[in-house]
Design a binder for this molecule. Structure first.
Ligand code: NAD
Length: 372
């Protein structure tokens, strides 16, 4: 079968769904790979590298005619219309937020695989694109914070005097939060972190940060994500976040509960209590009352609030490599004979969870699975 790698249709999307390295791995699984001319240019992968890896570089029409097409995000309707009946589309389809998308593909008789619906179970980690992107984004959040912060992260003792290290506080110690903790720590900052899940404490400490507990932490739910807090817990948390923000130089917020709006952690009042020059990076968007999506806001008291929604896009080389490798890992699972033929074993809970439309049937939502 032929796998098509289009140039991403969305304006400003720098990532590509396969790199020369991952193309080579797909070919080893028995597939032919066609890549649209210029598909990897924004991620610093020129066409010749794809040719060297064994792919054919094709025009913008042909690539959508492949048997399997992989993209970063749901393609626009004019591209969906170009897919042949029976094509397999592998992409981040946002099916949790837009479940109606499954219908669109079922009607077109396109088999749709939603990479962002990979369950958070150990066996599926190698295919989890949300984790891959959150990891890169967590790193980049610290780089953005350091860029906006007018001081050093690390402490220094120099002939001209002593400089204290920056204090970084991370709220939400999931994938992005832990990546941010590791990065800030490696840059010499003093790092503290909080999560509603008590189980996060050990991970936070293993990354070299201090865990700051919320009174009465919430329980983890059976899908590996946090549950929403009770009203009392939320109040206690808000108070803690306000105090911590006032004492920190950088606050990175990553708190989310799937399927819910991002919880408000930093009110306008909390921001008003922060020191001039402090920086907030609101990764979840909505964790801070004053965040503007995609923008940088500087408050009257001199706090910079970064609301970038494209942090992984700001490191397109490695983000593309990780995304492409997630797809390779999926294709390994779905190509048991390594013969270039994709097999849909819907008894496999990972395959079942992400296949949202197949042979005109809508398969979303999948049956619930338990965490391993
Ligand atoms: P995750 O589920 O692994 O981590 C979220 C963490 O927040 C969990 O550990 C959870 O327990 C914790 N949490 C939830 N509510 C909380 C609260 N009130 N107080 C403290 N902790 C709380 O998610 P992730 O993969 O790390 O992603 C984090 C966020 O970053 C998501 O909103 C994701 O969409 C976003 N993200 C943004 C960008 C960007 O460019 N801005 C890129 C990638 C991911």
């Amino acid at each position: 079968m032929r796998i098509g790698i289009p140039r991403e249709p969305a304006e400003g999307q720098k990532l590509v769904s396969a790199t020369p390295d991952t193309v080579g791995k797909l070919i080893k699984l028995g597939y032919e790979v066609i890549v649209e001319a210029g598909a990897g240019v924004d991620a610093s992968y020129p066409d010749q590298l794809y040719r060297d890896a064994g792919a054919e570089v094709v025009g913008p029409q042909e690539v959508w005619q492949a048997d399997i097409v992989t993209t970063l995000d749901t393609p626009p309707q004019d591209k969906i219309d170009q897919l042949r009946e029976g094509t397999v589309l592998i992409s981040r389809l946002g099916v949790r937020i837009h479940p109606e998308i499954a219908e669109v593909f079922a009607e077109r008789n396109v088999t749709a695989i939603s990479m962002d619906a990979v369950p958070r179970i150990t066996r599926a980690q190698a295919m989890d694109v949300l984790s891959s992107m959150a990891n890169i984004a967590g790193y980049r959040a610290v780089i953005e914070a350091a860029n906006a912060f007018g001081r050093l992260f690390t402490g220094q003792v120099t002939a001209a005097g002593k400089m204290p290290p920056a204090k970084v506080y991370v709220i939400g110690a999931g994938v992005a939060g832990l990546a941010a903790i590791g990065t800030a720590n490696s840059m010499g900052a003093i790092v503290q972190a909080t999560d509603v899940r008590a189980a996060a404490a050990e991970q936070v400490e293993s990354m070299g940060a201090e865990f700051v507990e919320i009174p009465a932490p919430a329980q983890e739910s059976s899908d590996g994500y946090a549950k929403e807090m009770s009203e009392d817990q939320a109040k206690a948390a808000l108070k803690l976040y306000t105090e911590q923000a006032a004492a920190s130089d950088i606050v990175i917020t990553t708190a989310q509960i799937p399927g819910r709006p991002a919880p408000l952690l930093l009110t306008a009042e909390a921001v008003a209590g922060m020191k001039p020059g402090s920086v907030i990076v609101d990764m979840a968007g909505g964790n801070c009352e004053l965040t503007k999506a995609g923008e940088v806001v500087v408050t009257d008291n001199g706090v910079t609030i970064i609301g970038f929604t494209d942090l992984a896009n700001r490191l397109p080389g490695q983000a593309s490599q990780l995304y492409g490798q997630n797809i390779v890992n999926l294709m390994k699972l779905m190509t048991p004979e390594k013969d270039g033929n994709i097999v849909f074993n819907l008894d496999d809970e990972v395959v079942r969870s992400i296949t949202i439309a197949r042979e005109k049937d809508v398969l979303w939502p999948p049956p619930a699975i338990s965490v391993s």
